[in-house]
Write a protein that binds this ligand. Sequence first.
Ligand SMILES: [Zn+2]
Length: 469
Amino acid sequence: MTMASGAVRADKAADYKKEVIAWVDGNSGRFEDAALAIHGFAETAFREYQSSAYLADMLEREGFRVDRGVADIPTAFVATYGSGKPVIGILAEYDALPGLSQKGGVPSQQPVEEGAPGHGCGHNLFGAGSTAAAMGLKTVMEKHGLQGTVKLFGCPAEETLAGKIYMAKEGVFDGLDVCLNWHPGSGNGVHVGSNNAMNNFEITFHGKTAHAAADPQSGRSALDAVELMNAGVNFLREHVKDSVRIHYVIKDGGMAPNIVPERATVWYFVRDMTRGGVEEVYERVLKCAEGASLMTETTYDVSLIAGSYNYLPNKTVSKVIHDNLKELGPVQFTEAEQQFAKEMQENIGREPNGLRTEINEFREGGVSRASSDASDVSWIAPTSGELTTVTNPQGVPGHSWCVVSSSGTSVGIKGMIHAGKVLAMSGVDILLDESIVKKAQAEFAKDTGGKTYVSPLPQDQKPPIPERE
Ligand SMILES: [Zn+2]
């Protein structure tokens, strides 16, 4: 590419980005309506029927081709616009969390309906903001006849770490050149960090029931097996790497003390910084189950509910997003919005320092101990690290009523519109400058060592759709 064509391209990019920003601003009411509607639906994992339909319908009306029910999940969809390369993916989520019902825009805890679900991770904003990005990008592609494809992925059930894992297993993300991602948060910035790979699984032991006092010699306790397995795992803890995390709960421990339990279930998470690390410890935990079954003369079965990789953030794509965030500037809040944030912070005993108004430096490194199903996408295509924009006050706990409240008012909406613009602007850069995809893919090939993605799940495993179980 010559100097002159590079300069022409830069001018074009600047003009197209202005158009994208103007379009998203001009249509912000539609995305606000979507975010508030999904906030109200507050549907949990794999039950997001209204939420996914709202976004899929919007995209379809806008001229996207929409495939619904992908990967045999009724609430997953892919909306596609354009053709040819580059193929740009954008992730969207919309599942709520159980028990977090809360009115939007109220600085104190006030459920809409006690015990009902709520958007405690702001995924109502996540879904609508990503939809704004895809539609904003589509408008400039259409107007200027730009070649390329934009694919918005409607991803259910992030909170149970399941949606994208099943979509990945079925090849839904195959063929992407790059993938863009964001998440609502308390800061404006891009973080190129990783997180933990994980296996989420249950072991069910089967014994023989008997009267626990009158006929104990005939019984074989499934609960004994659970306890012995857990004891084994708790000794195993001493002989694993520092980075390993193992946690469990007993889901089913029997009916009553005078009935020898014929069935008992323990639910485990095993995490480590790499997929290989998880698999190694997982095999050793299964040996504890085997030993326990031998000791108690019970049988057992293993159900791997979900498994995920560690996040592999692509620095090239992340840098493009960070540059666009800097160009756009931080989210701007009014005095009333800052006041709302401070009142909320005071109500939960945090420092009343309001909403952040600066952009963080580009941050590299660090491993979150938590896990995410977006990690699997990051091993299929070069995927950005986490872009966050300010959608809630700093210092409030994640997965709490505070996030639900902020996600249902102008604070969350502003951050969401901002993220939509940043991702669409980044899409413009990727469409106009083919060197970005080349560089991102070279980095990806180096990081993955050229290995293709293998799902952590057995190939024939079906997604756990509540209505089917
Ligand atoms: Zn989330």
